[in-house]
Write a protein that binds this ligand. Structure first.
Ligand SMILES: NC(=O)C1=CN([C@@H]2O[C@H](COP(=O)(O)OP(=O)(O)OC[C@H]3O[C@@H](n4cnc5c(N)ncnc54)[C@H](O)[C@@H]3O)[C@@H](O)[C@H]2O)C=CC1
Ligand SMILES: O=C(CO)COP(=O)(O)O
Length: 359
């Protein structure tokens, strides 16, 4: 059984200065680049959209994905992904899950031999029920791959309030090295070897953040119901993760509960905003036409329900989110019914691991 370890590194900045490549100058990638440059690292950002790269280079700002933040002078942007990763000790993968494979494919030969890959995207490998980290490991078999989990709303830590994040990988020493590079004013770090639990925490919380967004619109401004929904969501998450071979403790920590609190309650969260739009009467297709890219939770919910079903874990709340995403109009009474079912399920026997459906 893997062990779970904590290490609170306060705000001391890593003494080692490295070159960091960040693939994806979206909201998260840009904020991370800014934070890592603040730690003294040389950071090169790549983005799919040339106008985003130009904006960063010419104005020191990313008006599309992280407006109103003047980027650190040690952040440079490039349109060449190969140039971005050249000489980098740490390569941060920060594009949404559908683009991870197409972004990494062309740069594999340009990676430094000892480069560590840090995935911050929180989704399944597209079309599968496997983690993005396992996909990264297949794409880059000779490189150490690490998953970041935990509550890290980009708009917040980009402005200097710290985020507590979890670095998950089987090799504790690698996790500690990455934690050291990240530790500073913007990040408080923990490490864990429970890669399954941490990866699933990041995927699952998005689904339940959609529910909390719906609740914000459907609810009667009730903290009692909100607390009950949050708690029932975390229990459902823990049971699913445990059935897939993760540790419940991980889900009750930063990677699960912590991230659900931040995502489910933050006005900045893509998933919560999506839930609010659904509960306001919009269909998924209409929201997608507006925002172009659905949040990770909308893409993951069907696979989450399938995982739970196969593991024989009751997941009434995830089921409700799935039906809502698929077009059933969400209602307060319907949500309360599933909350009752989830509360009953939480007093049942804990599930047994079912094998390697998720890894
Ligand atoms: N925004 C946040 O606070 C956090 C986000 N994350 C995760 O980070 C990942 C990225 O999220 P955000 O930065 O928020 O997304 P975003 O919506 O702000 O940015 C979208 C990104 O996708 C890229 N993109 C769009 N089309 C593309 C294509 N065809 N090929 C390659 N790249 C393309 C864009 O260039 C941009 O970098 C997601 O998996 C999310 O769950 C994780 C922690 C916090
Ligand atoms: O993962 C996040 C914070 O930890 C951000 O979630 P959203 O994709 O909902 O914005």
């Amino acid at each position: 059984m893997a062990t779970f370890s904590h290490e609170n590194r306060g705000s001391s900045i890593s003494s080692e200065r490295i070159k960091v490549a960040v693939l994806g100058a979206g909201n998260m990638g840009t904020a991370l680049a800014h934070a890592l440059a603040g730690n003294g690292h040389e950071v090169v950002l790549w983005d799919f959209f040339p106008e985003v790269v130009e904006d960063i280079q010419n104005r020191r700002e990313n008006r599309r994905f992280l407006p109103d933040v003047r980027l650190h002078e040690m952040v440079r942007a490039t349109m060449s992904a190969v140039e971005c990763v050249m000489g980098a000790r740490l390569v941060v993968v920060s594009v949404p899950s559908p683009f991870v494979a197409s972004t990494l494919g062309p740069i594999m030969l340009g990676l430094e031999n000892h480069a560590v890959l840090l995935n911050v995207a929180k989704g399944f490998a597209p079309g599968t029920r496997h983690s993005l980290l396992s996909m990264l490991e297949r794409l880059a078999p000779t490189h150490a791959c690490v998953q970041m989990a935990g509550p890290a709303i980009a708009n917040e830590f980009a402005r200097g309030t710290p985020a507590s994040v979890v670095l998950a990988t089987a090799d504790e020493l690698v996790a500690r090295r990455v934690a050291d590079w990240l530790s500073g004013p913007c990040f408080i770090t923990e490490t864990t070897t429970d890669v399954t639990g941490a990866s699933l925490g990041g995927i699952l919380k998005n689904v339940y953040a959609i529910l909390l967004g719906c609740l914000d619109v459907l609810g009667k401004d009730s903290r009692n119901v909100e607390a009950a929904a949050l708690t029932a969501s975390v229990r459902e998450m823990a049971r699913i993760a445990e059935a897939c071979g993760g540790q419940a403790l991980t889900l009750y920590g930063l990677a699960g509960m912590g991230d659900l609190v931040a995502t489910g309650l933050s006005q900045d969260s893509h998933n919560r905003k999506f839930g609010k739009a659904l509960a306001s009467g919009k269909l998924t297709s209409a929201i997608e036409a507006e925002i172009k890219l659905l949040p990770e939770g909308a893409r993951a919910v069907a696979a989450v329900c399938a995982l739970a079903h196969e593991a024989d874990v009751p997941a009434p709340l995830a089921g409700w989110v799935r039906r809502t995403v698929e077009g059933t109009p969400p209602s307060w009474e319907g949500l309360l019914n599933e909350l009752r079912a989830a509360t009953r399920a939480a007093s049942g026997t804990p599930p047994q691991p079912v094998g390697d459906d998720f890894r």
